[in-house]
Unconditional design. Structure first.
Length: 454
């Protein structure tokens, strides 16, 4: 008998779960109330990286004199930026829709609410419809966290989703939060010409990342004229006309034209009917699940940001695929390969880019684990010098006894692409010798991977 799978949420986790479940023989219904591709993916990640790319082009234009060209000062057209972002989002959503249609997935525009372990009520513009299913997959994502002391107005006091596409480029932006999202916004708007003040609650930006990588980024921020308020926590935001003030717990006040809250996210778990279906959440609202992504209800899975695991699109997509395999019984009779979250590669799209994967140097030292760390600066790389951008380094972490690659980090141009080599080595259990003996292109930035492995 054919299984019916209902997926609530059409982000990376949802559309991958739907695609693969259908490919494996299920009848699949995908419910999405807004945009196929997901809010976090198409309305956070895509526009932010598009604006970062625009800012990067402007930064490059300002420094081309180092490559023997006349320096130019580009001008910004916010209408064109908005049109470009809309065009990219539309093309991606159209591609996702076409892929789902090709697999026979039925798509419903509406909101889903569980009314039991095997039934969902779907609210659309035409009313409410009920569906029974053998399997449910919950992928409703998350939204920016808004502290109660920040009166968000979407104009001068903003969340991350209010900031792009921009109506105007802020004259002076105060960014609250120095994690991945915060530093990307600092890079983005300084590239576009804004003065930026960054509220840093600890003593370094990116407190959970490699201190050496954070130091390179801080140096670039200072070069751009960013004001860093270190060791400060924002406690209040006020607006007086066109001026915004962010008050910190140590008495300092950052004054700008706009303020941006980049202090995390909260799960979209309310209104899903979780209690009626026997699905439990933790104290933060994330759905509890096991290593197969099964919730406390035996036929209901969770994936993406709602799961409380790594909030990465790549992880969400892999969760969706693994759920489809497990729900359709493809693991029967053979080991089911679970997701190893500690081996997920991640990147920060600043200038220079920062990327890492696997075991971190600081993590190993705090655990008393013996490791070997080798680091090669891009200042010794021919392609980096040709690009007139020798900032950053390649760092590889390995087991000193076996030579197996355990992790690594890269700071520099195209770090998000280069980290894939180390990510593959970590996942496949390769040795540093395997990287060193690979014949990389010359001249290329990837040569520094071989040098670090050597």
């Amino acid at each position: 008998m054919q299984k019916r799978v209902v997926v609530i949420g059409g982000g990376p986790a949802g559309y991958e779960a739907a695609t693969y479940a259908s490919r494996f023989g299920a009848e699949v219904i995908l419910i999405e109330k807004d945009v196929l591709g997901g809010q976090a993916h198409l309305r956070d990640c895509v526009p932010s990286k598009s604006m970062i790319a625009t800012g990067g082009a402007m930064s490059f234009a300002r420094r081309i004199s180092g490559m023997g060209l006349a320096e130019v000062e580009p001008t910004i057209n916010t209408d064109h930026i908005r049109e470009r972002i809309d065009g990219i989002q539309n093309r991606l959503e159209s591609s996702i829709r076409s892929g789902l249609e090709s697999q026979g997935v039925r798509m419903i525009r509406g909101s889903g609410r569980l009314i039991g372990p095997r039934e969902v009520a779907v609210t659309t513009d035409d009313g409410e419809e009920m569906f029974e299913a053998d399997v449910f997959v919950l992928c409703t994502g998350s939204r920016p966290r808004i502290p109660d002391w920040a009166p968000i107005d979407g104009e001068r006091i903003m969340t991350t989703r209010d900031a792009y596409p921009p109506d105007v480029i802020p004259e002076h932006l105060v960014v609250v939060g120095s994690g991945v999202t915060g530093v990307e916004f600092v890079h983005m708007f300084t590239s576009l010409g804004s003065q930026v003040t960054l509220i840093v609650s600890r003593q370094q930006v990116l407190p959970n990342k490699d201190p050496e990588a954070a130091a390179v980024l801080e140096h670039d921020f200072l070069r751009r004229g960013v004001r860093l308020y270190k060791g400060a926590r924002a406690t209040a935001v006020t607006r007086d006309g066109d001026e915004v003030s962010v008050v910190c717990n140590d008495g300092r006040v950052a004054v700008g034209s706009h303020a941006l809250m980049a202090i995390g996210s909260v799960p979209n778990s309310a209104g899903l009917g979780l209690e009626a279906a026997g699905v439990e959440v933790n104290e933060h609202g994330y759905v509890i699940s096991d290593h197969n992504m099964l919730t406390t209800a035996p036929n209901i899975y969770v994936a993406g940001d709602l799961s409380g695991r790594l909030p990465l699109s790549s992880v969400a997509a892999m969760q969706g695929r693994k759920i489809a395999e497990h729900a359709m019984g493809l693991h029967a009779g053979r080991p089911h390969r679970h997701i190893e979250y500690e081996k997920a590669a991640s990147a920060i799209f600043t200038e220079p880019e920062i990327a890492d994967v696997g075991l971190a140097e600081a993590e190993a030292f705090s655990a008393g684990r013996k490791i070997r760390v080798t680091k090669v600066p891009f200042s010794t790389n021919a392609k980096a010098l040709i690009n007139d951008d020798p900032r950053g380094f390649v760092k590889i972490v390995s087991d000193p006894n076996t030579g197996i690659v355990l992790g690594g980090s890269i700071v520099g141009r195209h770090a998000a692409e280069l980290i894939s080599v180390i990510a593959l080595a970590v996942t496949a259990g390769l040795h540093v010798q395997d990287i060193h003996e690979s014949l990389f292109v010359y001249p290329s930035l990837s040569e520094s991977l071989s040098d670090a492995a050597e």
